[in-house]
Design a protein around this ligand. Structure first.
Ligand code: UDP
Length: 327
């Protein structure tokens, strides 16, 4: 059985769906603080928190778990600056409890959800895994602290992990049956599509005075299903090679905020109103990954890598669920 923590969240729910599609038995843990029970399309569900050791002990005692895919975390950059204690508790302490329980139960394969935020302001584009890691917020710091912790867990106890550093995850299940539903929503593509639906009046573009082709920030958008496919491949890699690794996951292509708004207008077939606003604190001008290592070592190939496919699958979800998972 595969344990998915945070399986009711945006990425975790796509992972649960894909695992079930591929015939795996799945156990899901989520505290439903941000996740949605309705997003979990199958598997055995436990409502609980990684900070609760007894709860974890029960899940591991009741199920024959062979590997863990670990998404559960707090992941809002702004909130992490305001409330770092929450981030160290939920992310670092939560993962420590998880790993402790895994080791006690002799479960030694972990796929960990890391982030491009471990790099901070990049020195080179595209960003390589061995580039300098210097997070600019507690969210990135906690993910980097966990990567470092996992390295020592490997050395001491033989826990093998693959850490996947995500760039900008977007898009939805190709049929639009599950998708992104955050409250508050902070991500560009959902905000642009909610504006297209009239739920928001306009998109505020956070600055157009960056040193980029049109002055707006450039990001590397990766489709959620491609991202989850990389997690499957990471699990297979651990089984075959029994070796810990770190990989970037991105498209290797960057799109500006204005390009996203323009492409979304094309996809939905109408103009999307926007206004140029001030810069958002802490936004690097360009973040683009090199994912060559993942392609080479994991044999990962993206299927949904055009910006059009990313936006049109997201549109399938948003246009049919304008208020997300709420009725
Ligand atoms: N962005 C924007 N307006 C919004 C939300 C985001 O201009 O309402 C920009 C943001 O400054 C960044 C890009 O869109 O350059 C992607 O932001 P998002 O929050 O989706 O992801 P991040 O790059 O912060 O992980």
């Amino acid at each position: 059985m595969i344990l998915v923590t945070g399986g009711a969240g945006y990425i975790g729910s796509h992972m649960v769906w894909l695992l079930i599609e591929k015939g795996y038995d799945v156990v899901v843990i989520d505290n439903l603080e941000k996740g949605h029970k309705k997003a979990v399309l199958g598997g055995k569900f436990y409502n609980g928190d990684l900070k609760d050791k007894e709860f974890l002990e029960k899940v591991f005692a009741e199920n024959d778990i062979s590997a863990v895919i670990h998404f559960a975390a707090s992941s809002l950059v702004g909130e992490s600056v305001q409330n770092p204690i929450k981030y160290y508790y939920n992310n670092v302490y939560g993962t420590l409890n998880l790993v402790d329980t895994m080791i006690k139960h002799n479960v030694k394969k972990l796929v960990f959800s890391s982030t491009a935020a471990v790099y901070g302001e990049p020195e080179n584009i595209p960003i390589l895994e061995e580039d300098k890691t210097q997070p600019t917020n507690p969210y990135g710091e906690t993910k980097l602290a966990i990567e470092k912790m996992l390295k020592w867990m490997d050395i001491a106890y033989g826990l093998k992990f693959v850490s996947l550093r995500y760039f900008n995850v977007a898009g939805s299940h190709p049929d639009g049956i599950i998708g992104e539903d955050h409250n508050p929503e902070t991500h560009l593509i959902p905000i642009v599509l909610q504006t297209a639906l009239g739920i928001r009046e306009k998109v505020i573009v956070y600055g157009n005075d960056y040193n980029t082709k049109d002055g707006t920030c450039i990001r590397d958008y990766i489709h959620v299903v491609d991202l989850c496919d990389a997690h499957l491949k990471a699990m297979e890699y651990l089984e075959k090679n029994n070796k810990s690794e770190i990989f970037n996951l991105g498209n290797g292509m960057g799109f500006s905020v204005m390009e996203v708004i323009e492409k979304a207008s094309e996809v939905v077939g109408k103009k999307i109103p926007y206004e140029i606003g001030p810069r958002r604190a802490g936004d690097p001008s360009i973040l683009v990954a090199s994912s060559q290592k993942a392609q080479k070592l994991l044999g990962w190939q993206q299927k949904y890598n055009s910006l059009e496919t990313i936006i049109s699958t997201a549109w399938k979800w948003h246009s049919t669920h304008p208020h997300g998972y709420e009725e």
